[in-house]
Structure formats: structure tokens, C-alpha cells
Write a protein that binds this ligand. Structure first.
Ligand SMILES: [Zn+2]
Length: 88
């Protein structure tokens, strides 16, 4: 079995950012320490949807050539994109 890894078409970076919109993050603030640093407790995210995926380094938005070059918003499409990389 071979695993394909994401590679940014522009800069070759292998880290991808998932940009989300309308996310509510619930964070418990435990308090503030003597240096004025907030101490966070548990946090949780709720709701939201994927706006797009982009390269962590150069910010290139990953687009689906098979769908009018629209930004990819589905994990399934992202998997397809990565699978299609390198075979041209
Ligand atoms: Zn990049």
C-alpha cells in the first residue's frame, strides 16, 4: 500500500491549513497567573464549516480543477486532489 502525501503545487510545503468559518470555540479560563498570563482550561469547538484548504506556508488555496477551479471545501475532494497530484 502506498500513501500519497499533500504537496503544495506552488512551494512544495506538505502542511495544509483547514480554514473554518462560523466556529464557536468554548474555552474555560482557569485564571491568571502572577505574570498576567491567562491559564486556559478545557476548550471545545462547535459548529462551523470548512471555508477552504490552503498551504500553510504560502497560503495557496487548493482548488478543484474538475469543478470550475472552485476552492475545495470537502475532505473527499481534498483526498481526490492529493490522489491526482503527480500524475499528469
Ligand atoms: Zn505553498
Amino acid at each position: 500500500m502506498s500513501i500519497k502525501k499533500f504537496k503544495c503545487p506552488k512551494c512544495g510545503c506538505r502542511v495544509i491549513d483547514e480554514i473554518m468559518v462560523n466556529v464557536t470555540q468554548t474555552t474555560t479560563i482557569e485564571g491568571v497567573d502572577e505574570d498576567g498570563i491567562l491559564i486556559f482550561g478545557k476548550s471545545d469547538t462547535d459548529g462551523g464549516k470548512i471555508s477552504n484548504f490552503q498551504c500553510h506556508k504560502c497560503g495557496k488555496v487548493i482548488r478543484n480543477k474538475d469543478n470550475d477551479d472552485k476552492p475545495i471545501t470537502l475532505l473527499k475532494e481534498l483526498a481526490g486532489f492529493i490522489m491526482g497530484q503527480g500524475k499528469k
